[in-house]
Design a protein around this ligand. Structure first.
Ligand SMILES: [Zn+2]
Length: 347
């Protein structure tokens, strides 16, 4: 089903709320037009239709291939700045006042790019949104299958950049490739330099991946984590320790991750475990993951949550959680929500 044609039934007061988004990859936010502009710059032949074809996947492996292709067009610091300007505009249109943007620094380093130069351009582009009511912070992300040494280099790159806007370190990629425990020294080092800890786990992997991310690496929020629904004791642990799941429903449909967790050939949005996890008392921060690549945006994800049966008050609670579990201090959280309300009242 094309989400764009689905009628918008979110309440007027919900739509007026300021929003935050915490699981969002810069590379996956590149709209087809922007991808075409980058392709043209580098003499790569790609029409909008070609990009749209690449933005359709049968499974997680095909998605990863497309992600690699898109990120291969980000070659110079100004390309990353362009991506931030593109994404910032999309976020403002969704009433988003705060976002934590994940940067695939592991991929930058693999391509022998200077993470520092790229980040300098990214921060300069992000600062231009500050005056327009949108604050952006960043997560330096390593790629799990690239190995422990490569992940350590991502933490070192964060240290060299030395910016307060780098709030966390995380690992994404193939969660079935290298055991979580191997990354222990990497997360220890991230902690020493003051970074908060994230990990993609339980997206296509089992609940044990989530448990290990928490117990062995000290992960403070879990990327996706939908496999938790298969393990009641883990659901209790997430609720008791207030460890949020960064849930991205449309991503789970498009990559086939939800079908895999449910052991079905395909899955529908109404089968998503978000309501079950949330009503168990597990904090949930609703996100888009790779909005352009999954043909979604934050508002569509709230509509998805509504289609799963969440009521208006629950949607509002979800929206608040994205501020509560952001890696910024309490004063900043309150100020962002106040400013956001004032800005939306003026619209
Ligand atoms: Zn992700």
């Amino acid at each position: 089903m094309n989400l764009e044609t689905h009628s918008n039934s979110l309440s007027v007061d919900f739509l007026a709320l300021p929003q935050a988004e915490l699981h969002l990859h810069l590379e996956g936010s590149l709209r087809p037009e922007t991808v075409c502009a980058l392709a043209a710059k580098y003499g790569v032949s790609a029409s909008t239709q070609d990009v749209l074809k690449r933005y359709a996947y049968r499974d997680f492996v095909e998605f990863i291939e497309s992600f690699k292709w898109v990120s291969s067009l980000l070659r110079a610091p100004e390309d990353f700045a362009l991506a931030v300007r593109d994404l910032g505009g999309q976020l403002l249109a969704q009433n988003v006042v705060y976002a934590e943007i994940t940067l695939s620094v592991g991929v930058m380093l693999l391509r022998n790019q200077s993470a520092e130069k790229n980040f300098e351009a990214i921060v300069a582009a992000a600062e231009s949104f500050q005056g327009r009511g949108l604050q952006l912070n960043f997560v330096f992300d390593a790629v799990r299958q690239f190995g422990v040494d490569a992940a350590m280099k991502v933490v070192e790159a964060a240290e060299q950049c030395g910016s307060k806007s780098i709030v966390a370190f995380g690992i994404g990629g193939d969660e079935l490739s290298i055991p979580a425990k191997e990354f222990r020294p990497v997360y220890e080092k991230a902690g020493v330099i003051g970074l908060r800890k994230l990990m993609h786990a339980g997206e296509v992997g089992g609940p044990e991946e989530i448990r290990q991310a928490i117990e062995l690496l000290g992960a403070e929020r879990i990327g996706h984590g939908i496999a938790a629904v298969r393990d009641p004791a883990l659901m209790d642990l997430l609720a008791q320790r207030h460890i949020p799941l960064e849930i991205c429903p449309q991503s789970n449909i498009r990559t086939g991750a939800l079908a895999k967790q449910l052991e079905l050939p395909s899955a529908q949005i109404e089968q998503h475990p978000l309501p079950q996890l949330f009503r168990h008392g597990i904090p949930v921060v609703l996100s888009t993951d790779d909005p352009a690549m999954f043909h979604t945006n934050l508002r569509s994800e709230y509509q998805n949550a509504q289609r799963m049966g969440l009521q208006d008050a629950e949607l509002k609670r979800l929206a608040k959680m994205s501020f509560e579990y952001a890696f910024i201090d309490d004063n900043a959280k309150a100020a962002l929500q106040r400013c956001g309300k004032a800005t939306s009242a003026l619209k």
